[in-house]
Design a protein around this ligand. Structure first.
Ligand SMILES: *Cc1c(COP(=O)(O)O)cnc(C)c1O
Length: 426
């Protein structure tokens, strides 16, 4: 069967398919650059596994306390090597990215300390963790105060404002690499490095945590290469490579990571406990695949911005812009547009392709959220998925794709639904 006929069976028109091919023809150099980053990161992961002498004996399951879990220790050693960090905490007991960030923050902030975000409002779920929106067990309840410096109107860092906000109580600085549900640009690792240098020049010894969600392996360096004391993320995003069924990581200085381990398990126990429950093969293999899976997702994001800008929608990042994470925001201008886009992504899924995404309430978010995800791992956003809060500018945040070919089909079908609804024209 011809390729176009297969696409037609998915519901794609020939005209849109041709438009897609035309868009792709102009992206050869971009895709080549993405593949070069993936190649460098693949070697980084491979060498880390070899240097850690990973062996088949490290895949064994442990249960109960999980004492002397050699496989778990190898996994953490490999993460630490890839992030050029002194230590790493990589656990299935870390339930999600928000949990990993919560552990990192609450382990390294004590009553009376202050947390500073020099990059504006943090990701939605962290607002309750910090206590920006009141919540039981927030850092605010434990006597940790919070200060924020917004970005300048042009998206740059407000260095004067940051200098003024750093005070004798400032203990930890949190920098979110990815835009999250905002339409600001995501920061490159180099930009983050400049900001870290500035903060540490204002207050030597201040600790810096980077929320690295969605940023892993997009560049050949990570925040821990430019002075971050901790880089934190979720294993059901980039570093899990689509295979990790759960988990989070914290890579950083031994001092910070030790405290995180004590917070996650218990003082005195730290990294010594935590059975792997048979998940290590997926965590190792997923990390091994993560550079190329991330590259597939990036190609999808670049293709989407080029296609949707051509259809008249504002995209962040824009079609020609460099990338620092795998997220592509597409401003659809209406709730109806968001629903059409998400229904297209859903219809391209290998799992639950027959479901229709509808807006609903989500724990940790203050607006209704719509999500399209037909994923093998529930909520996994390294798999092709789209989501966004139902509020102006009605942006859908599109990300993932375990394979580039799958990302492409989902993006084309999302565009098809918008065309079918008369929300754009070819
Ligand atoms: C996804 C994400 C989080 C939270 O991760 P969950 O796994 O959904 O809890 C935090 N920060 C950023 C920037 C994210 O993208």
């Amino acid at each position: 069967m011809e390729l176009i006929q297969q696409y037609q069976r998915l519901g794609l028109s020939e005209a849109l398919f041709s438009r897609g091919e035309a868009v792709l023809a102009a992206l050869e150099d971009r895709f080549k650059a993405i593949d070069q980053v993936a190649e460098a990161n693949q070697l980084k992961v491979l060498l880390a596994m070899q240097e850690a002498k990973l062996g088949a004996n490290h895949f064994a399951a442990t249960t109960g306390y999980g004492y002397d879990d050699d496989g778990r220790e190898r996994l953490e050693e490999i993460y630490a090597k890839v992030f050029h960090a002194e230590a790493a905490l990589v656990r299935p007991q870390i339930t999600c990215g928000t949990h990993a960030l919560t552990v990192a923050l609450s382990a390294n902030l004590l009553p009376g300390d202050e947390l500073l975000s020099p990059v504006g409002l943090p990701y939605d779920t962290l607002q309750e963790v910090i206590g920006i929106r009141p919540s039981p067990c927030s850092l605010a309840e434990y006597g940790v105060s919070y200060r924020q410096v917004d970005l300048l109107p042009d998206g740059g860092f407000d260095y004067e404002g940051i200098r003024a906000a750093i005070n004798e109580r400032t203990k930890l600085i949190t920098i979110q690499r990815s835009k999250g549900y905002a339409t600001r640009p995501s920061f490159t690792v180099r930009q983050i490095g400049e900001l870290i240098d500035f903060c540490k020049s204002c207050k030597p010894g201040v600790k810096v945590m980077v929320d690295n969600c969605y940023g892993e392996f997009v560049d050949v360096i990570e925040p821990t290469d430019v002075g971050a004391d901790m880089a934190v993320g979720s294993l059901i995003k980039n570093p899990g490579g689509g295979l990790a069924p759960i988990g989070g990581y914290i890579c950083g200085t031994k001092e910070c990571v030790d405290r995180c381990a004590y917070r996650l398990s218990a003082p005195g126990l730290g990294q010594e406990v935590g059975a792997n429950l048979g998940l290590l093969p997926a965590l190792f293999q997923g990390f091994f695949l993560a550079p190329t899976v991330t590259a597939s997702a990036l190609k999808g994001a670049v293709f989407a911005s080029n296609l949707f800008e051509g259809l008249g929608f504002r995209c962040v990042p824009s079609a020609g812009e460099a990338r620092s994470d795998i997220i592509q925001a597409v401003e659809l201008r209406s709730a109806e547009g968001m629903e059409a886009f998400c229904s297209g992504i859903q219809s391209a899924a290998p799992v639950d392709s027959f479901a229709t995404p509808v807006p609903g309430d989500m724990p940790g978010y203050d607006s209704q959220v719509i999500m399209a995800a037909g994923t093998f791992v529930q909520g996994s956003s390294i798999e092709l998925s789209a989501d966004g809060p139902i509020r102006p500018p009605y942006a859908v945040y599109f990300q993932g794709g375990l394979t580039w070919q799958h990302a492409k089909s989902g993006i084309l079908l999302a565009a098809q639904r918008l065309l079918d609804k008369g929300l754009c024209t070819l």
